[in-house]
Design a binder for this molecule. Structure first.
Ligand code: GDP
Ligand code: MG
Length: 313
């Protein structure tokens, strides 16, 4: 009989990233994968769908599920987001809870508000859990970290924790090594060069949404959706047409900006990143359309790919 010893130690599995909005889940994913696959913003609740990031090394493959933050459900869109956050939990081999340590150092009372709703869900699924206390680069006085951790562990007794800076990558290798230890032995789930299951075209529309989040004020970016209308590609050039949906006529003029200045800024920045991502010249054509109450429109949400969850196995 032939011996296939080389495969016996391989570890593979699914890791759900969970945590409050803005904790740094998407940043962590982009840092460990080494490419931007999930959009990041200083405003909470940017990630809308479940984004996968696949990290493959000689002895392991981790499929990370980046989920929208866990928050209260108001609109239909929020309910969709929450459903997708918890579906990740149920399919995961390991759960990674990411918390913003720099926030809790300032505002300790937020620990209870943000962590307790998550604890209840975690108890229900009974998965191996690791806690990453993130943004430690922002905590000037490192002596504050230990009492903070003790406070967090009151809600999650006896759990393992790590200090990381997702932005700078500090502590991330140690955390990955521990995740690998907890993963089951198994075969690769995806080809080694694949970094996400999310289609490139969807990533392209997400880049535009990221820029809208960056430049639009207040609540406006939450009522914006981006859809790819047309995508034509040859050897050198990709021509992409996208529609930006807003829910009110007044929002349309804000997205377009004075003499088109906002749309131009968003388009130029997104195009530059798209060119880097696709390794081709990009011609990006952006249109703005009003679609009243789209966040309540279930069939439209589904058409945008929101609310559906991929079947991983
Ligand atoms: P998510 O909602 O949990 O996915 O959070 P994001 O990844 O979108 O990050 C929210 C904000 O926190 C963004 O402005 C990030 O740049 C910032 N951020 C994330 N991780 C770190 C970190 O380790 N250090 C610092 N200083 N900022 C971070
Ligand atoms: Mg996110």
């Amino acid at each position: 009989m032939e011996a296939h010893l080389e495969d016996t130690d391989f570890k593979a599995g699914l890791v759900a990233l969970i945590g409050p909005p803005n904790a740094g889940k998407s940043t962590f994913l982009n840092t460990v994968i080494g490419e931007k696959i999930s959009i990041v913003s200083p405003k909470p609740q940017t990630t809308r769908t479940q984004i996968t990031g696949i990290l493959t090394r000689d002895n392991f493959q981790i499929v990370f599920l980046d989920t929208p933050g866990i928050c209260e459900q108001r609109s239909k869109l929020n309910k969709f987001l929450l459903r997708s956050a918890f579906t990740g939990l149920e399919t995961a081999d390991v759960v990674l809870l990411i918390l913003d340590g720099s926030l809790y150092v300032q505002k300790e009372h937020l620990i209870e508000k943000e962590v307790s709703p998550i604890v209840a869900r975690l108890k229900a699924v009974q998965k191996p859990l690791l806690i990453a206390i993130n943004k430690v680069d922002k905590v000037k006085n490192k002596n504050l970290l230990l009492p903070l951790t003790q406070e967090i562990l009151k809600y999650l007794p006896d759990q393992e924790f790590f200090y990381i800076s997702a932005k700078l990558g500090a502590g991330c290798n140690e955390l990955i090594a521990r995740i690998v230890e907890l993963l089951p032995e198994g075969q690769m789930l995806y080809p080694p060069d694949q970094i996400s299951t999310v289609p490139l075209r969807f990533l392209a529309s997400e880049l535009v949404r990221e820029k809208l989040f960056l430049y639009l004020q207040k609540e406006l970016p939450y009522s914006v959706a981006v859809e790819i209308i047309d995508w034509q590609e040859d050897e050198e050039l990709v021509k992409i047409m996208m529609t930006i949906y807003v829910s009110k006529e007044s929002h349309k003029s804000i997205v377009i900006g004075h003499k088109g200045s906002m749309l131009k800024k968003v388009g130029t920045e997104a195009r530059k990143e798209l060119e880097a991502m696709l390794n081709k010249k990009v011609y990006l054509d952006l249109w703005v359309k009003v679609k009243p109450k789209w966040t309540e429109n279930e069939s439209f949400l589904l058409a945008l790919g929101l609310g559906k969850n991929e079947d991983f196995f």
